[in-house]
Design a protein around this ligand. Sequence first.
Ligand code: DGL
Length: 268
Amino acid sequence: MDNRPIGVFDSGLGGLSCVKEIMSIMPGEDVIYFGDTGRVPYGSRSQETLMKYVRQDIRFLRSFDIKMIIIACGTASSAVLPWIGDELDTKIMGVVQPASKKAVESTKNGRIGILGTAATVKYGKYVEDIKKLNPDAQVFQKACPMFVPLVENGYMDSEVTEIIAREYLEEIRKKDVDTLILGCTHYPILKDVIQKIMGDEILLIDSGATAAHSAYEFLKSTGMLNDKTTGEYKYFVSDSTEDFAKLGSMFLSKPICEDVGKIDIERY
Ligand code: DGL
């Protein structure tokens, strides 16, 4: 047993899709969450900038006594994790591998779609991981750069979001995929609109939730699960804390009652 918290971070709200699943499948775990709201979006940044941001995010989380870190961000997991994972002695897990594995296990026709940020599509880590597991899989990617700003600004159910989603999904709809990875952790909050456009028969894979399941398997197999029944959650952001609790509650489907801390991430 290891009762230290799990550190989770993202560029903003998206990583809460992972925290939601942690709350559901490992309710005793304590979580320290960092949303880099002052520097969102990550998806349009260069690899050099992302490397700097992710190192700072990790340094901040490691200022607490944590037992592992989940990079609950498809962009950082694609562009940076392969290069920094070995630098640290803390266990670090991203979202790409778990979602790729689940997609390969789930697809019936071997045709898999991936929605992600521009950086995620550029680095192609989902494609690489899927192909490693099944070289015959047909994989189709689509960058959806406007989804993150829409979500961060609370446009989850609006008409404009549906119009943009139709435009983004048009191409991938024609590819006859039966499984679609929501490769950016912000996208599960748009699940209803994506499912409506793609059709009910398409399996949507929530990359944040799938990473939480992988973390559970890791903690269980190493005897590191927390033995408490109710976990505690601490939230930090790098910009205004006002909207975070309100919009974050929509991600978690329950209110964020804890105080949200604001930090200066440049100090880390
Ligand atoms: N949630 C991040 C991801 O999974 C969003 C990236 C961004 O900030 O553009 O990729």
